[in-house]
Design a protein around this ligand. Structure first.
Ligand SMILES: Nc1ncnc2c1ncn2[C@@H]1O[C@H](COP(=O)(O)OP(=O)(O)OP(=O)(O)O)[C@@H](O)[C@H]1O
Length: 297
């Protein structure tokens, strides 16, 4: 089970910059967290893998076969949960899944089995006859993941599956994703770094269409030593500090002091700071904030 992307590039009609710029990687079973700010190219990449849009150049192979040539055979092993999927509010969950199963071309007997299976998997069996319009945000996300799993895909693509969820639902969904990922390639695109910190086998950072870093969370964290610092400063210096540095965390302390976590290069002497343990979120800020660019310039 290997999905290989070879130098994929895409510029939209009328666009001046590349939405994807020679993107290459190789994915095997497990969860890949796809991280990047708005406009980094995440949706473009997912739309190219799912064949919703065509790349200008480059190719994608699955187990050595070109996915364009595989055609329907590739679509049959793909599950996709798009970011903005219109839900049919008047449909019951059950009817929605039957409808999606028909679109995927599942035969009636198999569709019945799979619908029962996915309803159990996402813990919505008892709500299957309720209208989607009455579902909570978390239930809606779960039914959308369920439809992506109807064909038991080998490749599962999830575009912001935890958007708009409360912390409990969020933990529930991500645990569920790591469970189903045991024998699937899962691409999990998100802005919420903490969602993938604990479930991703590898994290892929995408910036302006380019892959800038891909590694296991622990290796990414270890590469970022000496980029995250902590200092204790008087509270009245906080505003000034935030104008000059990327402050990732602030905690009030006694005696008008605040403990701050700051992300950036060589801050030890400048700020009388000591090294702090980085989180993936700190690394995201380091890679995507403009403070470092300005400071390096
Ligand atoms: N249909 C389109 N036509 C023209 N430009 C587009 C189109 N879709 C995306 N773009 C541009 O391509 C670039 C990549 O966009 P893309 O939607 O892939 O990013 P993203 O990482 O998914 O962003 P977000 O997190 O906001 O969903 C952006 O500069 C965007 O403006």
């Amino acid at each position: 089970m290997v999905l290989t992307m070879n130098k994929i590039s895409k510029t939209y009609k009328g666009g001046t910059k590349k939405a994807l710029d020679s993107f290459s990687t190789s994915l095997t079973a497990g969860v890949y967290g796809l991280l990047g700010p708005n406009g980094a190219g995440k949706s473009t990449l997912m739309n190219i893998i799912t064949d919703n849009i065509k790349a200008d150049s480059g190719s994608i192979d699955y187990d050595g076969s070109n996915i364009q040539k595989m055609g329907k055979d590739f679509r049959n092993i793909l599950g996709y949960m798009p970011q903005h999927q219109g839900l049919y509010d008047d449909f019951s969950a059950n009817r929605f899944l039957w409808y999606m199963a028909a679109l995927k071309g599942l035969k009636k007997k198999l569709a019945k089995e799979r619908i029962e299976y996915v309803l159990d998997l996402v813990n919505l069996r008892n709500d299957a006859h309720k209208k989607l319009g009455s579902f909570s945000g978390g239930m809606k996300q779960r039914i959308l993941i369920a439809q992506a799993l109807l064909n038991d895909p080998e490749i599962l693509i999830l575009d912001e599956p935890t958007a708009g969820l409360d912390p409990k639902e969020r933990v529930h969904i991500r645990n569920f994703i790591s469970e189903v990922a045991l024998n699937k390639i899962v691409i999990f695109a998100t802005h919420v770094v903490s969602d993938i910190e604990y479930v991703a086998k590898e994290v892929i950072f995408l910036k302006q269409g380019k892959l800038i870093l891909q590694d296991t969370p622990s290796k990414v964290l270890s590469q970022m030593e000496n980029k995250v610092w902590q200092a204790h400063i008087p509270v009245d210096k906080l505003n000034e500090l935030q104008k000059q540095y990327m402050v990732s965390n602030i905690v009030g302390e006694k005696n008008n002091l605040v403990a701050v976590k700051i992300v950036g290069d060589n801050l030890q002497s400048e700020l009388d700071a000591s090294p702090a343990l980085p989180t993936l979120e700190d690394i995201y800020l380091y890679l995507f904030n403009d403070f470092n660019k300005e400071r390096r310039a």
